[in-house]
Write a protein that binds this ligand. Structure first.
Ligand code: ATP
Ligand code: MG
Length: 377
């Protein structure tokens, strides 16, 4: 097979983030050439030119292309589909949507963010809790799934208690309002009955995680955040199968060692076709009361990892005792933060750029809507 064919085959795995269908199948990939120096020139036609998801499609195409040995650099030629091509695309997208049986109660358009790391103890759970609250305070309904079946911690970190109840055969997440929004949690920590909890832990972990998605009522959420145990290949695959829209946020500390482990997690994500949306560096130095910043865990690991993966460095979160204390009290530190604080800034970046909520995005999904309406009237 020629390199161009290999590349086209690889690009067939890149999905339009809204339509959930392959950009190759949708006819969005035009001519591809690879010159002898390894520079791939790829024509991509979007449904409309100025959509916030353009950056994501560009990123995914670059990442997929560079995963091929023959490609050393990528030149993207971005264009817009003509009217006939758009009609054709919508026909395919509709057929695809009909064929795709909904596996879960979570609509395809709902952003799902998995918080992952290769290494334990880097702050995944603390970041999940604070980010969930910050997104909720912007007025969203945020589901939080604690996929750390053995080492669950989100009920404590979020100050959410209670016993999970089933209604209509579905587990009901337990809610806590924050600002104009709400956080809804499912965690092993909420299974009050210890026998039941033991029974669940006896199931293989992937099965328990799958139940938290399939047998739960997640129907009215705007976001789903998933906290994971460290080094979670199998869980990541289960999640990616059930939630193909899932993207990963990689957490690392600034140290080189942690960064290398995170890189392995990213390699795994790439092999499993899970998109890495960005890197968060945690424990990035400590500001002492004398005003001096100490780089306790090294420096620069997050930025370096983001550069390697060609994804944005979304945040650098300093080491702050309030983060640990807030977690112990069930009052996440973000509640004491002003709008310029790290967690609010991270939440802002996610809802405006990295993973805009359904409805706020404005390319293919809105077009599909408009098309459906015009067909109906
Ligand atoms: N930026 C921070 N400043 C101060 N303490 C922090 C910070 N981030 C995390 N911590 C503390 O570090 C410890 C580990 O954090 P956390 O449990 O969130 O990590 P984790 O990656 O989820 O760990 P595990 O892999 O075990 O699930 C906790 O005690 C937490 O309070
Ligand atoms: Mg954790």
């Amino acid at each position: 097979m020629s390199s161009v064919d290999t590349l086209r085959q690889r690009l067939a795995q890149v999905l339009d983030p809204e339509l959930g269908a392959s950009i190759v199948e949708l006819g969005m990939v035009g001519e591809i050439t690879i010159d002898p120096s390894g520079n791939a020139r790829i024509e991509i036609a979007l449904t409309t030119s100025g959509c916030p998801l353009r950056a994501q499609i560009e990123r995914d195409v670059r990442e997929a292309s560079l995963a091929i040995d023959e490609v050393t650099s990528v030149e993207l030629v971005m264009g817009v589909l003509d009217a006939d091509a758009k009609t054709e695309l919508m026909k395919k997208a509709r057929a695809f949507a009909q064929a795709r049986a909904p596996l879960t109660s979570i609509p395809y358009q709902t952003p799902v963010l998995m918080i992952a790391s290769g290494k334990g103890g880097v702050g995944k759970s603390s970041i999940t809790a604070n980010l969930a609250v910050a997104i909720a305070q912007r007025g969203f309904r945020v589901g939080v799934l604690d996929a750390d079946i053995w080492g669950f911690s989100l009920s404590r970190l979020l100050g959410i208690e209670g016993e999970l109840q089933a209604r209509g055969g579905k587990m009901q997440p337990i809610e806590r309002p924050f600002g104009d929004g709400v956080v809804k949690l499912l965690s092993m920590g909420l299974l009050a009955d210890e026998d039941q909890a033991l029974l669940w832990r006896g199931l293989i972990v992937q099965k328990a995680v799958a139940q938290f998605i399939e047998d739960a009522n997640w129907s009215d959420i705007d976001y789903l955040l998933i906290d994971t145990p460290p080094g979670t290949g199998d869980i990541a695959m289960t999640l990616a199968r059930l939630l193909p829209q899932m993207g990963q946020i990689l957490v690392t500390t600034p140290s080189r060692a942690a960064q290398r482990v995170a890189q392995r997690a990213a390699d795994f994500a790439r092999k499993s076709n899970i998109r890495v949306l960005g890197v968060v560096e945690n424990m990035s130095g400590f500001l002492c009361s004398c005003g001096v910043r100490h780089a306790l865990f090294g420096e620069g690991g997050g930025r370096e990892l983001a550069t390697q993966l060609m994804v944005p460095l979304l945040s650098e979160i300093e080491l702050r005792p309030a983060i640990g204390e807030g977690g112990d009290r069930g009052e996440p530190a973000v509640l004491l933060e002003g709008p310029e604080g790290v967690f609010h800034q991270l939440a802002k970046r996610i809802v405006t750029d990295v993973a805009p909520p359904p409805g706020a995005i404005g390319c293919s999904a809105r077009m599909l809507d408009a098309l459906e309406r015009s067909v109906r009237v």
